[in-house]
Design a protein around this ligand. Structure first.
Ligand SMILES: Nc1nc2c(ncn2[C@@H]2O[C@H](COP(=O)(O)OP(=O)(O)OP(=O)(O)O)[C@@H](O)[C@H]2O)c(=O)[nH]1
Ligand SMILES: [Mg+2]
Length: 254
């Protein structure tokens, strides 16, 4: 059972997994070592490589570790939404999003949680002063930089890393964010939640992280995921612009 953290409360780290047998044990151990007060929920989509069973073995001997078994691969977004609902039902005060592949260093978690004392949403950013990106090929660096630039311009959000997936959300902020409208699956999910947080007017803070390319296991990133993000950002951007213009018109002509 988690122990409340000063100024933040009870925290659940949600780690979505699909075929992360090479990583899941290590990542859970590292989180337990740096943040012994938090609970962990591995949200596994029935990985064929036995990730779920490895997580069960840890849960059997450690009351801080829990496993949510989902029937089949249904995308990162759906796994996170299920994890958020699990946290809400059990009265957690904050949830953390963290990849299983080691790209999000558990050692950065105390910094993110410290920032959450004065924020509703903390984004671990790869693109703010003091951040580092280790071992990423140029193609991935460019994709992330351009994707974030596009998201920032299209959606008018003061966020340097809208696609990043290392975050803390207070559950009160998630309640204010109209999550029932969420429709995206891949990277777009992180952008969509950034947008909803921005629109809900909750306090968003970014902290620099050290992001490292995964060392083991296969990436689930695909051209389809990139296409989904581009398409959705464009649609939201046009919609938001329409709303802004509509509002401006309304102001002039009451
Ligand atoms: N439960 C669940 N987890 C998923 C799914 N797709 C990806 N994940 C997990 O989400 C996290 C991020 O996925 P990655 O494959 O690392 O994708 P990425 O970080 O966007 O891409 P890379 O930077 O290339 O690693 C990992 O922990 C994956 O195991 C899914 O459909 N269901
Ligand atoms: Mg990854």
């Amino acid at each position: 059972m988690s122990v409340p953290i000063d100024g933040v409360g009870r925290v659940l780290v949600v780690i979505p997994t699909y075929n992360e047998a090479d990583n899941v044990t290590d990542i859970v151990r590292r989180v337990r070592a740096v943040a012994p007060a938090v609970d962990i929920l591995v949200a596994d989509d029935n990985s064929p490589d036995g990730t779920g069973a490895l997580a069960d073995a840890m849960a059997a001997t450690d009351g801080h570790v829990h496993v949510l078994h989902r029937p089949g691969k249904n995308g990162l977004g759906a796994a996170y939404l299920a994890g958020f609902a699990w946290a809400r039902e059990r009265g957690y005060d904050a949830v953390v999003e963290m990849d299983a592949d080691g790209s999000h260093a558990p050692e950065d978690l105390p910094t993110l949680l410290a920032a959450a004392r004065d924020a509703d949403v903390v984004i671990g950013s790869r693109w703010t002063g003091g951040a580092k990106v280790v071992n990423w090929p140029l193609r991935r660096l460019l994709l992330s930089r351009c994707g974030n630039l596009y998201a920032r311009l299209a959606l008018g959000m003061p966020v340097t890393d809208a696609t990043g997936g290392y975050r803390v959300y207070r559950t009160a902020a998630l309640r204010a964010m109209a999550l029932e409208s969420v429709c995206s699956q891949g990277y777009a999910f992180q952008v969509e939640l950034s947008r909803l947080a921005h629109r809900a007017g909750v306090r968003i803070v970014e902290v620099p992280i050290t992001f490292a390319e995964r060392e083991r296991g296969a990436s689930k990133m695909s051209p389809l995921i990139v296409a989904e993000a581009l398409w959705r950002i464009t649609t939201w951007g046009l919609r938001d612009r329409g709303v802004r213009r509509g509002r401006a018109g309304h102001d002039r002509w009451p």
